[in-house]
Design a protein around this ligand. Structure first.
Ligand code: HEM
Length: 150
């Protein structure tokens, strides 16, 4: 599958998710907090009690990153490296960061029926790519922080 095909398939899936669910933030966060209940308090604390706004922003950033990692991989990797330094500083773990990528992708896939197997495959391919980039960034930054603390 080439990048343009992946992007078209993901855009089509996002359109269907919007038609079926409207704003996907609520189902994404319900799915996410069911798996990681302890992160609810993190959103409340870090947003100074405006959790709904911050949840919406992070789901938007996640959808953006799913598209951008195929459209513009180098710039997106640099953007994510910088964002992850901040998230690490806020003590957000790799598991919690990538958990939001999974919940977002799962909710979009949830509105697609089995006949849309190409769209599902494209979403799964891109989700894995994004999570790998995130895992690499966490590892690079954590190693650098260990070296810098000497
Ligand atoms: C695990 C749950 C997450 C929490 C609690 C969280 C929290 C935050 C907070 C507190 C900020 C700074 C304030 C703001 O700009 O609103 C922020 C910024 C940001 N987040 Fe997240 N975030 C999460 C997951 C994600 C994910 C999965 C992505 C993308 C795939 C992402 C991408 C960004 C970006 C691009 C920014 C702006 C740049 C920056 O501040 O470094 N976040 N996030």
């Amino acid at each position: 599958m080439n990048p343009t095909q992946d992007i078209n398939l993901i855009e089509e899936a996002l359109g269907l998710a919007a038609e079926n669910l409207g704003d996907i933030t609520k189902p994404v966060m319900e799915n996410y907090y069911a798996k990681y209940p302890q992160v609810r308090a993190t959103f409340t604390e870090l947003s100074l009690n405006k959790a709904k706004e911050m949840e919406g922003e992070m789901v938007t950033q996640t959808i953006y990153s799913l598209m951008a990692i195929i459209q513009n991989p180098i710039v997106t990797k640099i953007m994510l490296q910088e964002a992850i330094v901040n998230h690490l500083y806020l003590k957000i773990s790799l598991e919690h960061f990538n958990g939001l990528i999974d919940s977002t992708t799962d909710v979009i896939i949830g509105v697609l029926d089995n006949g849309l197997s190409d769209n599902i495959a494209a979403l799964n391919h891109v989700r894995h790519r994004l999570k790998d980039v995130v895992a690499m960034a966490y590892s690079n930054i954590q190693n650098r922080l260990v070296i810098n603390s000497d």
